[in-house]
Design a protein around this ligand. Structure first.
Ligand SMILES: CC(C)=CCC/C(C)=C/CC/C(C)=C/COP(=O)(O)OP(=O)(O)O
Length: 552
């Protein structure tokens, strides 16, 4: 007898992430297939187009009863019941899955990210937990496994978002995020790719953070085959996330290629031979690599331990900056920034993220003042608003202290020059001024203006939409005066350096030289017609590299 809705729609090998892969040991494969078959059957009931909701719920209830009792009239339930008897795994996890499938029957929209994550707790995480228990793995594997399962689930939601909406009227992109594009209809409008892109990218930033959290999973696994499977799955998740960044799943089917699958499994197989290396430092180094930051050369000029610490600080800055800059709604950004405050609060007890763990290590080694990380988060809260204006020089100073002075104050301790505190705050403010001047147009496109309103008002220019402000010739005049201040800022920094440990501060000097060049080019270009973000020329970069090779 079948409790389902006809023939199952999919088989294990049709999944993105092969469930009962050949990598798993033969003694576990039958149990995994039993779990998969049960889940597939329940999923088919929840998704059946020809069944009423009440009927679906009734069938899911019947399936659960059969699972608990082992009723042979429901073969998939009875098989999983037997698996649970033998391995003490399957029953609890399958019941959690049923909770998600019931939710699918009655709930078609998610308000915010937290609701979506809560859904994944039941729809995806039980799969990982089942595999861990089946293989007798340690509890420490659970958190990274949960992160991986949640990431895979959301990737799958993104892949199928057009189909899910069309065929079942279900949308997992949270309502508030879709509203960033205007409305649900606007979000799915095929012609509005750019707006959708921003929302997808902001969701993929969250997914990538989850994959980062999952990166340590192989280190926690004792079973070599499961370790291989987990490595392959992480590689595929990263690949799918990349694919989704470059294609629009509303317009086309986005999936990994066969070659991607082969590469992932080869990487997994290598993991059965080699001991997995500690992954946290690779996560922060990869954040730095991907960012192509202006400050990279400065960071690379440090020795290994200091470099590792500055990578942790930079990765923290990058990830919170991405939250503030992304297309998530302001209310969600505040939630994510609060999560980072909580991570800072538990940094020396039990950090939960790779960046948090690396930051904890750096903080212990170099006595980092963690209140500076909170100050940075204060600045990110300013940036997270729907619209940013700074009233006067005081607000500009405070903003610069928070977003850049904080980075300076942390950096000098890592560089080994803790007495250069005033220099760090001063240089941070100067670099921030240049950054503001360089990014005027980019910032204006998201209604952010960091040039103080009081300075504009002195020239008779009152607050207006950002595009209007930055196009006004009076705005250019204020930029010119701020540029002069930045120039004197560099001169003051030069003078301060005479009395400081230049050798230790070499990375800071390189960062300063980079932005001094940016300022030169900005001033040479003029402020009237800016034509997009200024990039340094090859000659400038070569100059900086040569400078990096010379002693300080
Ligand atoms: C002692 C010391 C080192 C002081 C300086 C502290 C420091 C590095 C502050 C940086 C602030 C700043 C302008 C960040 C821009 O990041 P971004 O990601 O926008 O920069 P990018 O786009 O140019 O890479």
């Amino acid at each position: 007898m079948s409790a389902g809705a006809g023939q199952s729609s999919k088989r294990p090998r049709d999944e993105n992430f092969p469930v009962a892969s050949l990598v798993l040991a033969p003694e576990h494969r039958d149990a995994v297939v039993a779990f998969y078959d049960f889940a597939r059957m329940a999923d088919d009931i929840a998704d059946a187009p020809d069944l009423a909701a009440a009927e679906k719920l009734m069938r899911l209830d019947a399936l659960e009863r059969a699972l608990v009792s082992g009723d042979p009239a429901f073969p998939q339930a009875a098989r999983l019941h037997a698996v649970d008897k033998q391995h003490k795994a399957g029953l609890i996890q399958a019941r959690d899955l049923l909770r998600a499938f019931r939710q699918d029957v009655v709930k078609a929209r998610y308000n915010d990210w937290a609701e979506l994550i809560d859904y994944c707790r039941f729809s995806a995480n039980p799969v990982g937990r089942f595999l861990l228990i089946l293989h007798g793995e340690r509890d420490s594997a659970q958190a990274p496994a949960d992160a991986l399962c949640t990431a895979l689930q959301i990737l799958n939601h993104l892949q199928d978002c057009g189909k899910d909406r069309e065929q079942m009227g279900r949308i997992y992109v949270p309502i508030r995020w879709m509203l960033a594009a205007g409305s649900e209809t606007a979000f799915f409008d095929p012609s509005r790719t750019a707006i959708r892109r921003n929302v997808f990218d902001a969701m993929l930033d969250r997914v990538d953070s989850l994959i980062d959290q999952a990166q340590s999973l192989p280190e926690h696994l004792q079973n070599k085959r499961l370790r291989a499977q987990s490595i392959a799955t992480i590689v595929l998740a990263r690949r799918l996330s990349q694919c989704l960044r470059h294609a629009d799943p509303v317009l086309e089917r986005v999936q990994v290629s066969k070659a991607d699958v082969c590469t992932a499994f080869l990487r997994g197989l290598r993991g059965t031979i080699q001991k997995p290396s500690p992954s946290d430092r690779h996560v922060t180094a990869a954040v730095v690599r991907r960012s192509s930051s202006s400050f990279r050369l400065g960071m690379q000029s440090l020795g290994p331990e200091r470099r590792r610490a500055i990578h942790a600080v930079y990765a923290f800055c990058r990830v919170v900056d991405d939250i503030a800059d992304g297309a998530a709604p302001a209310s969600e950004k505040r939630v994510f920034l609060r999560e980072w405050r909580r991570e800072l609060d538990r940094l020396h007890r039990a950090p939960e993220t790779p960046i948090g763990r690396e930051l904890a290590r750096a903080s212990t080694l170099f006595k980092l003042p963690l209140e500076e990380c909170h100050a940075l988060l204060d600045g990110m809260e300013t940036d997270s608003a729907e619209r940013v204006r700074l009233a006067d020089d005081y607000e500009l100073g405070l903003y610069g202290r928070r977003v850049a002075g904080s980075v300076g104050a942390l950096s000098i301790r890592i560089f080994g020059a803790p007495s250069a505190h005033d220099f760090a705050l001063h240089l941070g403010r100067t670099l921030q001024l240049v950054n503001i001047l360089r990014d005027v147009d980019e910032d204006a496109s998201c209604e952010r203006v960091y040039v103080p309103l009081s300075r504009l008002a002195q020239l008779g220019l009152r607050d207006a939409p950002a595009a209007t402000l930055v196009a006004d010739p009076r705005f250019a005049r204020v930029c010119e005066s701020l540029a002069d201040e930045a120039r004197s800022g560099f001169e003051v920094a030069d003078a301060a350096l005479m009395h400081l440990d230049r050798r230790a501060l070499k990375p800071a000097i390189l960062m300063m030289e980079n932005y001094r060049r940016v300022l030169d080019r900005l001033q040479a270009r003029g402020w009237g017609k800016r034509e997009g973000r200024l990039r340094l020329r090859t000659a400038d970069r070569l100059h900086l590299i040569t400078r990096a090779m010379r002693p300080a």
